[in-house]
Design a protein around this ligand. Structure first.
Ligand code: SF4
Length: 288
């Protein structure tokens, strides 16, 4: 078995990046641009509240989201940016009485969501088996990103997020390359010859990958909609940006996969036998 983690996986590391709707003002239901074809109730612009959002910021159809086919709503994950914007950036002030504020909060939420997503990946990278040099750089950019997240709404709107993302992406690539070295030496000593080699195609839509070796696979940004990964081992596989919608991950081992997010898990089809990294949870709708 391969272990790609060097540092102790402390769940507290991810605490503030976990969704907490009770402390939010329905910001995802306000700020997201969405369409009915993506599993949301209607087509909607950013800054306009969803028709099902109540004045107490709760969803009037919350218990029936699956039944109604609102898969976009059940899958969405804000990486804890909703409660950050509501409670820290706007100090508990909500948007309900002012359309101007609703627009500004929407803009800030969409920026914060990107920052929190970066923090998620960076924190995950920080516990991987990487060199001390890369770890130091990652710890430093985590600190820098955390400082940005507590800036004022105006400062956040003016932020050059693209430049920041470039720096973050470069470090994430270095971290995953570092882990890949470890995976390669593991593969040399293991007997996986009976497994097929993964194709280099970005398009893995509907592919049956059950007999393919996915240990250490580079699945970055691949389109894996409805692919069959049942009972596969994805240890060391890099899943950053992979589209796992309707992917069959029942019984699959993703415990030691790299850069898997709750959003990806929420959109896939798993079961109680699916093994997930310690930072992620089995979605409730898998049992329905
Ligand atoms: S249906 Fe409910 S969860 Fe989905 S966007 Fe509307 S208010 Fe939010």
């Amino acid at each position: 078995m391969i272990n790609i983690h060097k540092n102790i996986y402390n769940n507290k590391l991810f605490d503030e990046l976990k969704i907490d709707c009770e402390k939010c003002f329905g910001l995802c239901c306000l700020a997201l641009y969405f369409s009915a074809s993506d599993g949301f109730p209607t087509d909607k612009e950013s800054g306009k509240p969803c028709i099902n959002l109540q004045s107490d910021f709760k969803c009037s159809v919350h218990n029936n989201l699956i039944k109604r086919g609102f898969r976009g709503c059940t899958a969405y994950d804000c990486f804890g940016s909703g409660q950050k914007v509501a409670q820290i950036t706007y100090k508990g002030r909500d948007w309900m009485q002012s359309s101007e504020l609703a627009n500004q909060m929407s803009e800030v939420f969409l920026i914060m969501r990107q920052l929190h997503e970066m923090l998620w990946y960076l924190k995950e990278a920080s516990v991987l088996d990487i060199s001390d040099k890369i770890k130091t750089k990652i710890d430093s950019i985590i600190e820098e990103t955390e400082k940005i997240t507590i800036m004022t709404p105006e400062q956040l709107i003016d932020l050059d997020i693209t430049s920041h993302r470039v720096k973050v992406n470069s470090l994430l690539s270095q971290a995953s390359e570092s882990v890949m070295e470890k995976v390669k030496s593991f593969l040399k000593t293991s007997n996986l010859k009976s497994k097929k080699k993964l194709s280099k195609s970005i398009d893995l839509i509907g592919a049956d990958l059950r007999k393919t070796n996915l240990i250490g696979a580079d699945l970055k940004g691949r389109l894996m909609i409805a692919a069959n990964l049942k009972d596969t081992d994805l240890s060391g596989a890099n899943l950053i940006g992979a589209d796992l919608r309707d992917c069959d991950i029942r019984g699959a081992n993703l415990k030691n996969s790299v850069f898997l997010t709750q959003l990806q898990v929420n959109t896939a089809k798993g079961d109680s036998n699916t093994k997930l990294p310690a930072s992620l949870v089995h979605p409730k709708h898998w049992n329905k």
